[in-house]
Design a binder for this molecule. Structure first.
Ligand code: PLP
Ligand code: SF4
Length: 327
């Protein structure tokens, strides 16, 4: 008989909050602050993340990232379901190709947290992702193109998959001689740091590929001691650690906050990589910061920080061969 034990992180993930009413009650906030989200992209937030929110503060920057507001149900011109042209970039099941030398593998649609601004919030994962059954075709595609030096595991959040599956997946990628780098795009170390356990660290440390883990934090309050330890464990496995953020109105759209985010990231061993201008996905219009303001914030950051702590401000434009830098 095979018994499968549930790791601590899986138990924590199972206990993530899924009810708006419970989240508001936990934080001592009035029930009319939020709306019921549609079933396709419900509320989801791990308790470890809720614990970093301030009690009784409706404007808490962590809360704003996950709380469904009435604003997201109002239509906004120019905001669409597939703002970055993902569907046109699918080359094989789960394989998105937009940039030279890199292929992005959508391995799951699941996320530990539902970020209300997410550009893939309307993504048809069921049709596109490289599920177990379709993985062979994805691997075959990667193997057939010697220009692919880097594979990016994405989703959803790839670290929602159990380690046994990740280990097998990485073994198959590793078997492709021309692939040299493995990148993991994940919010797990930030929202559910228990995910970075011994099993994860062991497969990560064992691969012949150079590994890069790109975490996703938008505000310095997200980076508590548990996150610092998780990141340290990833570094001990040999991973290069980078962070990407999204510029979000009401969350991190001011210079001192972004400067503190960069300082805190560096303190825990992570370099700021991208600061993304919002992708114009349906339901996220209330987070948008205009380009003039974004540019001014970046100039302010340059004046506050050493150059290596200033993230690259970019926007993803469909059809461009790289993420477009904003001045
Ligand atoms: C963002 C993205 C990448 C990674 O781009 P970098 O500029 O190398 O960080 C790779 N593939 C796809 C499809 C992407 O959207
Ligand atoms: S963790 Fe990433 S993919 Fe998942 S909802 Fe948040 S932004 Fe989207």
């Amino acid at each position: 008989m095979i018994t499968r034990s549930v790791a601590r992180w899986q138990a924590e993930l199972g206990q993530a909050l899924g009810e708006v009413a419970e989240l508001l009650a936990t934080l001592g906030l009035p029930q009319d602050l939020a709306v019921q989200p549609g079933p396709a992209f419900g509320l989801r937030v791990p308790r470890a993340f809720v614990a970093r929110m301030a009690y009784g503060d409706p404007l808490d920057p962590l809360l704003r990232q996950v709380l469904p507001l009435v604003a997201e149900q109002q239509p906004a011109a120019g905001f669409t379901r597939d703002p970055v042209g993902d569907l046109r970039a699918v080359h094989a099941p789960g394989v998105l190709r937009k940039y030279a030398g890199r292929a992005l593998l959508v391995v799951t649609g699941a996320c530990p947290v539902h970020c209300r601004y997410c550009f893939r919030r309307g993504f048809p994962y069921g049709d596109v992702q490289a599920t177990r059954g379709r993985l062979a075709a994805a691997i075959e595609h990667l193997g057939a193109d010697p220009s692919i030096a880097e594979v990016v595991l994405s989703g959803g959040d790839p670290l929602t998959l159990p380690d046994a599956r990740l280990r097998t997946l990485v073994a198959r990628i590793e078997a492709i001689p021309h692939v040299r780098r493995l990148r993991v795009h994940t919010r797990m170390p930030v929202v559910l740091p228990a995910r970075v356990d011994d099993a994860l660290v062991s497969w990560l440390a064992a691969t012949r590929l150079r590994t890069v883990v790109v975490i996703h934090a938008n505000h310095p309050n997200e980076l508590d001691e548990a996150v610092a330890e998780a990141v340290q464990r990833l570094a001990s496995a040999g991973a290069t650690l980078l962070n990407q953020s999204v510029l979000l109105r009401g969350v991190n759209d001011d210079g001192p906050t972004l400067a503190r985010l960069s300082e805190r990231l560096f303190e825990i061993g992570v370099l700021p990589y991208y600061l993304h201008q919002l992708d114009r996905v349906e339901g996220a219009a209330h987070f948008e910061v205009d380009d003039a303001r974004a540019g001014a914030l970046l100039a302010e950051l340059r004046s506050l920080l050493p150059g290596y702590l200033v993230p690259r401000l970019v926007r993803e434009e469909p059809g461009m061969p790289y993420k477009t830098p904003l001045p």
